[in-house]
Design a protein around this ligand. Structure first.
Ligand SMILES: [Zn+2]
Length: 268
């Protein structure tokens, strides 16, 4: 399998994981930047992520136009979220947009800001901006339907990993598919823990900047621990057979022994 084929295979897996983990439903999507053409990205045609296969992926330019001029399949309306973020953030290789309900309250009030409160939520970053489409575009249907709106969302995201979208959902950006999926799975969990803590009353104890930094220092996208979650989620979603070890290029249907190098990076 070529590097590009491997990446597109991972994009299919990412779609299935996000659907199975209830991050997306009929709506919501995940994209990956073309590894050799940084001004192109791949996103599925307009289809629920649960049903996506490799045949459903379309290559786009950053302004949301299909590279193939003869492309007839309907694209996602909100593909401009992906193009806007890829354009503004050369470091970002993968983007998720979803409407996960548990995060929505945190975009509606500034009473309790969304910040990491659980260890697995640390990757959302210490600052999660809230983008309100009405600030610049007034009364809309709240969907990101053109290049200008995608660029404005990307501007609000800035250098952060996640932006909440008021009354709508969130956008997540990361260096790899595995990271953006991980972040998108743990964001709603962090939101639930935070929400429940507010019900208990008292002062919320967020992760400190030092704790977030310590988590980031120990993180590697292809460590044994990170890959374990990817393999687990993919298998639960019914696509375990598609999973390969990108660093090894081997199918990983059966457990493999950690290498000496990976053992050295092991952490809980
Ligand atoms: Zn949306």
């Amino acid at each position: 399998m070529s590097a590009l084929d491997n990446l597109l295979n991972d994009l299919v897996i990412a779609n299935r994981i996000l659907a199975n983990e209830d991050v997306v439903d009929a709506y919501g999507h995940v994209s990956v930047r073309h590894p050799d053409k940084p001004d192109h990205f791949f996103l599925a045609r307009s289809l629920a992520p649960e049903f996506i296969t490799g045949d459903d992926l379309i290559e786009f330019t950053l302004d949301g136009k299909p590279v193939d001029k003869n492309e007839k399949r309907a694209p996602y309306l909100e593909r401009f979220i992906h193009g806007g973020i890829f354009e503004a953030r050369p470091d970002v290789m993968a983007v998720v947009h979803a409407h996960a309900e548990d995060i929505l309250p945190f975009g509606l009030t500034n009473g309790t800001p969304m910040r990491p409160v659980i260890h697995s939520g640390s990757f959302i970053g210490s600052h999660v901006p809230v983008w309100d489409i009405a600030d610049k575009f007034g009364d809309t249907n709240l969907l990101v339907a053109n290049v200008e709106q995608g660029q404005d969302l990307a501007k609000c995201l800035g250098s952060a990993n996640i932006a909440l979208m008021r009354g709508h959902g969130f956008a997540a950006a990361a260096r790899s598919l595995i990271e953006v999926v991980r972040m998108s799975v743990y964001l709603p969990r962090n939101a639930r823990a935070l929400w429940r803590a507010t019900q208990l009353g008292g002062e919320i104890k967020y992760l400190s900047q030092g704790e977030i930094d310590a988590r980031n220092r120990g993180y590697s996208p292809y460590s044994v621990e990170t890959w374990r979650a990817w393999h687990y989620w993919a298998t639960k979603a019914g696509v375990g057979k598609l999973v390969t070890r990108p660093d090894k290029g081997k199918a990983a249907a059966k457990p493999t022994k950690p290498t000496k190098k990976a053992k050295g990076k092991r952490r809980k």
